[in-house]
Design a protein around this ligand. Structure first.
Ligand SMILES: CC(C)(COP(=O)(O)OP(=O)(O)OC[C@H]1O[C@@H](n2cnc3c(N)ncnc32)[C@H](O)[C@@H]1OP(=O)(O)O)[C@@H](O)C(=O)NCCC(=O)NCCS
Length: 150
């Protein structure tokens, strides 16, 4: 498995993975726009087949943010999500930021467990964050001079 930069050729496959992973979709045009905006956008590839992606950026001046991460359901629990997030965190850690934040659906226990393996802590819950009324758990890891603090 390799992790590499997203290219526009990956668009359909990323959209497919997003569709099987979330109830609500950003839509294919949004992925294109995010790419054009220059956000961090990586894919995991297994024998030439894209099996997952991660999108991240600097949300505020000194705050990293994981926008979206998903792995094809047929390839989960094989370490792809970990490889994607490790790479995203290592890129963000090179920048002068104080923490990495993300939002995850409060009912998405699997993803919350996944983030906990990286030592993401729960910051707060935002009721009604998602369009369907579900709340979001806001999670973060503090960074100390570019290093993940534990
Ligand atoms: C969350 C997600 C990206 C994890 O990707 P993955 O490739 O399956 O993750 P990994 O194989 O690297 O998992 C690493 C560890 O995280 C934990 N973990 C991952 N998925 C888990 C789950 N569903 N339940 C409990 N723990 C989980 C486990 O400790 C796992 O290690 P193990 O398999 O040795 O027990 C994937 O489940 C996914 O795409 N989910 C749907 C989309 C989503 O929820 N994205 C996050 C939204 S914010």
């Amino acid at each position: 498995m390799i992790v590499r930069k997203f290219t526009p050729n990956d668009l359909r496959r990323v959209f497919e993975i997003e569709n099987m992973s979330f109830n609500q979709s950003y839509g294919i045009d949004m992925f294109q726009q995010l790419y054009e905006m220059g956000v961090g956008f990586l894919v995991a590839e297994e024998n030439g087949y894209v099996i997952g992606y991660v999108i991240f950026w600097i949300k505020y001046e000194n705050q990293g943010h994981i926008i979206s991460i998903a792995v094809d359901r047929n390839y989960r629990r094989l370490g792809a999500g970990t490889q994607l997030l490790v790479k995203a965190i290592s890129i963000l850690s090179l920048l002068d930021i104080s923490a990495i934040y993300l939002e995850v659906n409060e009912n998405n226990a699997g993803a919350i467990e996944f983030y906990k393996t990286f030592n993401f802590k729960i910051d707060r819950v935002v009721p009604g964050y998602y369009e369907d009324g579900d709340g979001a758990v806001v999670m973060y890891i503090p960074l100390n001079r570019g290093k993940v603090s534990r």
